[in-house]
Structure formats: C-alpha cells, structure tokens
Design a protein around this ligand. Structure first.
Ligand code: SAM
Ligand code: FES
Length: 349
C-alpha cells in the first residue's frame, strides 16, 4: 500500500513514471489504492474543469466496416450484423435534434470505409455552416495524411482513434489484417495537423497484461493526447472472442484515475462500455477523474445495429431521455453538465 501510494504521489506531482513503475503500480491494484488514486485525480481535475462534465452527442453514422478486428461486433466477417449507413439527411436530423437539446459537440463515428473522404468533408462543411458554434469530432478510423488534412480544412475539430494497445504483438493478436505502424502514423498525423486528438484502449482485451497496460500508459504520457477513450472489453457473441472474459469495471476506473494523473487537463470520457459492465459505471468513472460523457444521438431505429459488444446500454432510449438520465446521474454525485463546446483547456482555465 505504501509503495503504491508513493508512486501515485509521484505521478500526481510529476506526471511521469517509468514503464516498470507503471507496471508495478497496475500490479499493486486494490480497491484502497484505487480510492487513493481517485482522490488525487479528482482534485487535479477540479482545479481545471471544476465540477463540470462535458457532453458530446454521439452519432453512429454507419456500421459497415472493412476491418476484421477479432473483438468487434461490426467486423466485416460478421454476417449476422445487419448493415446500415445513414443518409446525409438522417445525420443532419440527428444534429438538429442534438442542437435543440443543447449539445455543442457532435461525434460522427462509424466502421471503416463507410464514407469517402469527400463525403465526410461535405458533411463536416454542412454541419459547421448550420451550427458554427459546435465542434465536430470524427471517429472514422484510418485515412491518409492528406485525407485527414482535408477533413481538418473542412472544419473538423477533433479526432478519436484509439491506439487499442501500444504493444506491437498484442496489436497483431487483436487485428488480423491491420498494421500497428499505420495506426501510429495516423495518430501522429492527426496530432501534427492540429486536431484535438484522442487515443485509447480497451481494458481486459484478450492478451492484455500488466506489461501491455504499462506500455499504454507510457504511450499516453509520451504522446500527450488531448483526449483518451478507455473502456472495458466486452465480448460479442458473433465474434472470435465470444467466449473471452469481459474487462473489469474496477480496473478501468483505476486506470481512468492514472490517466488523469498523467495528464491533468485531458478530456476523459466515462464510456458507454463502462456503463454496460457496471450500472453505476458512469458515476464511478466521473468520480475517479473522467470529465466527459457521450450520450447517444443516433436514430433509435439503428442503435441496436451498431453493436460492438453485447448488452450495450442506452439502445432503446430516445436522445432526450438519455440526456435527462445523464443529467440526473451527474447531479446525484454533485456534478453538473456543461452545455458548452467543451474544448481541451490546455492547462488551466
Ligand atoms: N472504426 C473506427 C475506429 O477504428 O477507430 C471507430 C469505430 S470503433 C468500432 C470504436 C471503438 O470501439 C474501438 O476503438 C474499440 O476500442 C471499441 N470496441 C470495439 N469492440 C469492442 C468490444 N467488444 N468491447 C469494447 N469496446 C469495443
Ligand atoms: Fe471495424 Fe474494428 S471491426 S474497426
């Protein structure tokens, strides 16, 4: 306990540890240590973001995918997945509904290859013209540097591309036909093009070890992303990982605290996957240092089809209901929803 507390104190003060120290800290996990880390993370987050939680309207714009990630329910080989791609009109209708509800960030997410770069660019331009006070975040997978540059020029503000794991062999064991170097190239292009850039990983993905988590934490420390998405791995029945064990909510929450300590001003969501493995996941995530929630704005008719993992919560609710629910949950733990764009603060207010 003393050893872990010392490491947490150092991390809170200096925002860096060696990879071996990260591994040691993760291996020392216990509920008491996690509580200690959460206390430190909570106070660092409050110094910058107060008790405000940013919301992002997530629009799942298509579930077709050219990749075949072993863990993902929308992988191309899953013939049981009923595919859809939203039309421009449907996407704009989601934005309109979201705007009226108070959202000032729209996150467009899809499988890879649903849309061409030029389709994405026209969509961004249209959204930005209609809602100039809103941020557009993209989460559409890998593109060339030139394509990312075009999306930036069209007005996109942020890009989420989880690195999935910072360990090359582990990456290969999760992604049969994808390339670790290409993922890393994408992240570095996004960052250098000026996107607020998000990386991230699943907690408890098959093959993950304390060592690979330590690499993930070191990677986050070195890459200095503006955002980081982590959530537990959850098996999907129609994937090769159907019989694997789900990741732990408690470890996810502990890692959220460590990431907040690594980068106190980071935008850090309490994810839907966390809420899926633990009914109080969002609350626990926020209390441990997260400061973003991404309620679903997708048309209710397609929500069940965007099935990355089994049991996903919030697939039956209307967007307005989701927002109300999140608002009530946040109030219950003393936090307030901020209806601003919620940009990265880069240090202090
Ligand atoms: N295609 C884009 C990409 O590759 O970044 C965005 C969509 S992708 C489905 C979004 C994220 O969902 C992935 O980065 C992955 O970490 C997460 N995900 C996929 N399958 C999951 C599962 N079974 N459990 C938990 N998270 C999962
Ligand atoms: Fe589509 Fe993994 S199966 S991104």
């Amino acid at each position: 306990m003393e050893q872990a507390k010392k490491l947490i104190d150092t991390l809170a003060r200096e925002h860096t540890l060696t990879q071996d120290e990260y591994a040691l800290l993760v291996s020392l996990y216990s509920p008491e240590i996690a509580e200690y880390a959460a206390g430190k993370a909570d106070s660092l987050r409050r110094e910058i973001y107060g008790n405000k939680v940013y919301i992002r309207g997530l629009i799942e714009i298509g579930n077709a995918c050219r990749n075949n990630c072993y863990y993902c329910g929308i992988r191309r080989s899953n013939k049981a997945c009923e595919r859809y791609i939203l039309t421009r009109e449907e996407i704009l209708a989601c934005c309109e509904e979201g705007y009226n509800l108070g959202f000032r960030t729209f996150v467009l997410q899809s499988g890879e290859g649903c849309f061409t770069c030029s389709e994405i660019c026209s969509l961004i331009k249209e959204i930005k013209a209609k809602y100039p006070d809103c941020a557009v975040t993209l989460s559409l997978g890998e593109f060339t540097r030139d394509e990312y540059a075009a999306m930036k020029a069209a007005g996109a503000d942020r890009y989420l591309l989880r690195h999935e794991t910072a360990d090359r062999e582990h990456y290969a064991s999760l992604h049969p036909d994808m390339d670790f170097d290409s993922r890393m190239r994408c992240l570095s292009d996004l960052h250098s093009l000026g996107f607020q850039t998000g990386c991230g990983f699943m907690v408890g993905s098959p093959g993950q070890t304390v060592q690979t988590i330590a690499k993930d934490l070191k990677f986050i420390e070195e890459f200095q992303p503006e955002m980081c998405g982590i959530g537990p791995f959850i098996p999907h029945a129609d994937t090769p990982f159907a019989n694997e064990k789900a990741g732990s909510a408690a470890l996810t929450v502990f890692l959220l605290s460590l990431i907040r300590l690594i980068k106190p001003d980071i935008l850090l969501p309490a994810t839907t996957a966390l809420a899926t493995v633990d009914p109080l996941g969002r609350e626990k995530g926020i209390l441990a240092g997260a400061n973003v929630i991404m309620p679903n704005l997708s048309p209710v008719a397609v929500r069940k089809k965007y099935s990355l993992y089994d049991g996903k919560v919030c697939t039956g609710e209307e967007s307005a209901q989701c927002l109300k629910c999140v608002e009530t949950r946040m109030k219950s733990i003393g936090f307030e929803i901020s209806y601003s764009r919620g940009d990265y603060k880069n240090g202090k207010i």
